[in-house]
Ligand binder design. Sequence first.
Ligand code: URA
Length: 434
Amino acid sequence: MTRGGGRSFGAVEVIAAKRDCHELTRAQIEWVVGAYTRGEVADEQMSALAMAILLNGMDAAETAHWTQAMIDSGEVLDFGDVGRPLVDKHSTGGVGDKITLPLAPLVAACGAAVPQLSGRGLGHTGGTLDKLESIPGWRASLSTAEIRDQLVEVGAVVCATTPTLAPADRRLYALRDVTGTVESIPLIASSIMSKKLAEGTGGLVLDVKVGSGAFMKTLGRAGELADAMTAIGAAHGLPTTALLTDMSRPLGRCVGNALEVAESVEVLRGGGPADVVALTVALAREMLVLAGITDADPAAVLASGAAHDVWERMIAAQGGDPSAPLPVARHVDEITADRTGVFSGADALAVGTAAWRLGAGRARKEDPVQPAAGVRLLVEPGEEVRPGTPLLELHTDTPERIPDARQILGGAALLVTADPPPDRKLVLDIRRPD
Ligand code: URA
């Protein structure tokens, strides 16, 4: 038996309780999460418990206690003194999902403060920090004092999460990654929400992605995850809205770090792909509702260029040069249509995986990424194509990876059909707090 901060339990007793489908008590959860963080519960014991949770679930009360225990494992930030309402968004991750880049400055330009503590990408979904690090000079790591100063002076910060925020989640997430236990809804929901609650935001909008390029492949599973996260928000007094959005196709035309920064700047300058603009504005509207800001129209603010001004200040405040040229790939190859028809879209998972293989993403946490690698779509769904019409570009510094990317994008990944595709519905559902 190992002794924790309050009551103590045996790790085997807690594992067996969940194995036998019992509800874990608050005291058991506080003990096991705390003891694991202190190194008093072994990785193999936590692995067994994570697997029991994956198989037998946790109800809303257990999930709320689990989340609180992970928050209590570290520091809780408080930016209540920055002089603006605080609001943040979290995306469960998708292909071409660069929305944070235009969204954070847009919401700041509308009067709120956005403290977005983000992560790096793993696998086929890119990470916001990886994208921003393609800007020459930009620095991801900030101290708490620097985050506060930037919230006061600029209104938006996108930076690396600090090591002191929910350290239990960092250990547990690494363990889940290698034990086949990532896909548990209560564990995903508590992992995401513990970090957002510890970051000290006053409201949270969740973008829960649904489709081939997302964690959640079906609307049903995505709805379950959205409900689990909004319930945790409610249990902790954090107003939380979830949008379920389509991730069967990439967002925008560009996938890859520097390519996505360039596309985001187009949006901030009043242009850019219609889906990126529409989702940015939809998420901004929900964030402003939670922030209690009723007199700003995000679509008009985006068109006015005010969000672009905030973007330049946000990048410069973190050492970046917003006007410096972005990295360009040494090799660019094209994939062309092999038949006549209508381009009906590209599969998100295939495009994300191809961009990853070209060097835009990493297979292990410590791998470097190529800032310029990725995929650029050259045609819009609905456009007519003929044999030889260029459909997309492959960008990389390592051309030996091109055949692999081409193979991933073969078959049915790039659809050319006889009939035009149905209109894409971007926002599939919204779950608002009661
Ligand atoms: N993102 C997280 O932060 N945690 C998870 O468990 C899954 C995705």
